[in-house]
Ligand binder design. Structure first.
Ligand SMILES: [Zn+2]
Length: 207
């Protein structure tokens, strides 16, 4: 299945559901597509550091604050340490990978002493996991299937409310002008009334 601007279909960045190009919301997971414009990895990382997973979604539609080149280079050169996981905010996976990497270094340094223990195959397991995760990550990153956590950055999302703010200011200005005009009219009326009253009283005096 091809997705693209000409196919008439698009893929939901959160759940991968096939949606019509014209759809504004995914019927499968409820994601409102226009919100993705304000998706931020930085904001998601901040949330994840506080163990807050609310409104954090995982997508391979990279937000503006994730550099694909950086992610690719980190995965290639430092992937075995889990650096690419830290870069996008997958701290648990990163931590596991770092632990495996430390274990690998440990095994390398104390190779001679450990050889007899390492004959028990399960001691190789962490190294296998790290190697597997590294290769899997590489394939995912290269094929652009590596998902990154993002969340809607409220400061970015409210940035276009400036227009509303501007409109409100304009509105206030106009109402202020109207008020002044009304006040002037009222004053004029009052003056006229006073003048009329005086005239009336003068007329009355004459009579
Ligand atoms: Zn969806």
């Amino acid at each position: 299945m091809k997705f693209g601007k000409n196919s008439g279909y698009k893929k939901c960045p959160r759940c991968g559901n096939k949606c019509l190009q014209a759809q504004s919301e995914c019927e499968e997971c409820g994601l409102i597509f226009s919100r993705m414009e304000y998706a931020s990895n930085k904001a998601a990382k901040r949330k994840l550091r506080h163990f807050d997973t609310d409104f954090v979604i995982y997508t391979n539609q990279y937000p503006k604050d994730v550099s694909y080149i950086k992610l690719l280079l980190l995965t290639i050169f430092l992937g075995i340490t889990g650096a690419h996981y830290y870069y996008v905010g997958k701290y648990v996976k990163g931590g596991l990978m770092t632990a495996c990497f430390v274990y690998l270094v440990f095994c390398t340094i104390f190779n001679a002493q450990m050889v007899e223990y390492l004959e028990t195959y399960y001691l190789y397991l962490p190294i296998g996991i790290a190697a597997f995760a590294w290769i899997a990550s590489l394939i995912y990153v290269i094929t652009k299937k590596f998902k990154v956590p993002v969340t809607i950055d409220m400061s970015m999302a409210t940035a276009n409310v400036v227009d509303v703010e501007y409109a409100r200011k304009e509105f206030d200005k106009v109402t202020e002008e109207l008020k002044n005009e009304n006040l002037k009219n009222k004053n004029k009326k009052k003056k006229n009334d006073v003048v009329e009253d005086v005239k009336k009283s003068e007329d009355g005096d004459k009579k």
